[in-house]
Design a protein around this ligand. Structure first.
Ligand code: B16
Ligand code: MG
Length: 219
């Protein structure tokens, strides 16, 4: 039976990809590195340090661990400053409605995000009250595609993985949900999240009615 829902943050509740893009672009321009939207797409759902390594590999650059950490921190400072402009109007369409509905129906709800800035983003959106459990980039060490963040969230809700549905927009996020034994809902195109149990193009179509209709024997 489904008793809990675990939500990824960026790309499911809100779209911070553009703000991440701008910050990585500024850093890359300063460093003389190539960075474009296609490369930014590869950073979807992966950790900050994994992200800078993808950019460096693309540019055939190698640096010491200390230098990498320093540059990742610089990007993060720019990204965090840009979050100040985020407001309650910045939910992805349909996300707030689904969270509200799940609360009304008494489901357990957790966050399972790779971001170390998840709490700040939730505060900007005024979304903290929707979540019983917050799993973020500070909760576990192994990031997606490892299932650790979702297992952490399920454990804190006192639920086994097969009692939970994970909502994810990243290919590696769906991989993580499947490896952990969770049911999964992918948000985005077939080529990215087509391996999820159920897929919607956007959160707007992802209503509780649709989800229950698909997983009907589990409700
Ligand atoms: P931070 P999610 C992920 O969030 C983003 O999709 C990814 O682009 C970012 O690199 C990662 O968080 C880490 O974010 O630098 O804020 O710790 O999709 O897992 O909610
Ligand atoms: Mg995401």
């Amino acid at each position: 039976m489904i008793k809990g829902f675990i939500f990824d943050l960026d790309g499911v509740i809100t779209d911070t990809a553009e703000l991440h893009f701008e910050a990585w672009k500024k850093l890359s321009d300063e460093m003389g590195w190539y960075f474009d939207r296609e490369l930014n797409e590869q950073l979807r759902g992966i950790s900050r340090l994994d992200s800078i390594k993808v950019i460096m590999n693309h540019n055939k650059v190698s640096l010491t661990d200390d230098a990498i950490t320093e540059l990742a921190t610089k990007k993060n400072d720019m990204y965090v400053a840009s979050l100040d402009s985020m407001t309650q109007d910045d939910y992805l369409p349909g996300a707030r409605e689904l969270l509200t509905h799940l609360r009304t129906e008494g489901f357990n709800v957790a966050l399972g995000s790779a971001s170390k800035n998840a709490i700040k983003v939730l505060e900007q959106l005024n979304a903290t009250h929707f979540f019983d459990v917050i799993g973020d980039g500070n909760s576990v060490t192994k990031s997606k595609p490892a299932p650790d963040i979702f297992l952490y969230a399920a454990d804190k809700m006192n639920l086994p993985a097969n009692n939970c549905i994970v909502f994810e927009d990243a290919e590696k996020g769906i991989d993580a949900a499947k490896t952990g034994g969770f049911y999964s809902v992918g948000i985005g195109p077939e080529e990215r999240v087509g391996h999820a149990d159920l897929r919607f193009n956007t959160m707007k179509e992802a209503t509780l009615f649709e989800v229950k209709s698909f997983f009907k024997e589990l409700f």
